[in-house]
Design a protein around this ligand. Structure first.
Ligand SMILES: [Zn+2]
Length: 154
């Protein structure tokens, strides 16, 4: 009396298995078995031989938690300006800082103390106007309203 196996799996037969190359559950031809256990299979789609792993939910491989985003400390534009300003001001001759006045004549890199805006330095001279960089902003101010001392005198 022949007992018909419930499981018709046999070498040369077909079994659904996860193909590691196709990355899909596909029909495979059984290449090797130990007892009732399928050992090696060949993908009917791509022809690759590989170990039988059964069918697997594919999302398992990719369902790992996404790495937590490293919170990069963000420097705001204002902070950058301040840092930049401090750095730049350090390089100026602050001992020679002068109080801002329209009657004064400033030149590039002069350090200026402004009664309202605080300490800054001249970043550009354009005729009777000077661009002064203060801590958080630039300001165009008028200068040289009286004739400057003769530059040849020095
Ligand atoms: Zn395949």
């Amino acid at each position: 009396m022949v007992t018909r196996p419930l499981n018709p799996i046999r070498v040369g037969g077909e079994v659904d298995a996860l193909c590691t190359k196709c990355e899909l559950n596909l029909a495979h031809t059984i290449l090797a078995m130990v007892g009732t256990k399928v050992i090696r299979v060949r993908c009917n789609t791509c022809g690759a031989d590989h170990q039988f792993r059964g069918t697997q939910p594919l999302q398992k491989a990719t369902s790992f938690a996404a790495p937590k985003k490293a919170s990069t400390p963000r420097t705001t534009a204002a902070e950058r300006v301040v840092l930049n300003f401090e750095e730049q001001l350090k390089q100026k001759n602050q001992v020679g800082a002068r109080l801002y006045s329209v009657k004064e004549t400033f030149k590039l890199d002069d350090v200026v103390d402004h009664p309202t805006f605080g300490r800054g330095f001249v970043s550009a001279v354009r005729g009777d106007k000077v661009d002064i960089t203060f801590r958080t902003f630039d300001k165009t101010l008028i200068h040289g309203r009286t004739p400057p001392p003769d530059p040849a005198a020095s």
